[in-house]
Design a protein around this ligand. Structure first.
Ligand code: SF4
Length: 148
């Protein structure tokens, strides 16, 4: 079982979030940047982040697109996020997490501010990235039920 799954499931719904990275957005993304909220997706549906945004609204999870890794930590504090589903490439994981080993069942953190559940991005590409969107949607639905 992936690390932290039980702890993630125990977090109340309003404190769970889906936090995606900007490299998943379309070239002509209609989102505007907010210092507090990151990229505010307009659900223009040029990319699948819009679909995920709608799903999160329907299920009651918070939804954000972050412009940088440092932004996410501050966001978690400001928005009272205790657990988050995210997409990360192996480079970001290795850069951002201290004393970490990536194993078959996930990433074990030496310290953490929020409980993560992560799907790997398709590649290391800060401009045009991709992810298994169907797997992400399944995770979100399960997370909303507290049954990841
Ligand atoms: S759906 Fe949202 S994130 Fe995707 S391109 Fe449109 S505004 Fe940007």
């Amino acid at each position: 079982m992936p690390y932290y799954r039980d702890a993630f499931n125990r977090v109340e719904l309003s404190k769970k979030a889906v936090i995606l990275q900007h490299c998943l957005t379309a070239d002509k993304c209609a989102a505007r940047f907010s210092k507090n909220d990151g990229l505010i997706c307009k659900k223009c549906m040029q990319c699948r982040c819009g679909e995920i945004h709608v799903l999160c609204e329907e299920l009651g999870l918070q939804f954000y697109i972050f412009p940088s890794a440092n932004f996410t930590g501050r966001l978690a504090v400001r928005k009272d996020i205790a657990a988050a589903i995210g997409v990360a490439c192996d480079y970001e994981i290795q850069r951002g997490i201290k004393s970490t080993r990536i194993r078959g069942n996930g990433v074990h953190l030496s310290s953490r501010r929020l409980i993560p559940q992560v799907i790997m991005a398709a590649r290391y590409d800060c401009i045009d990235n991709d992810v298994d969107w169907e797997k992400l949607k399944k995770m979100i639905v399960s997370a909303a039920k507290g049954a990841l």
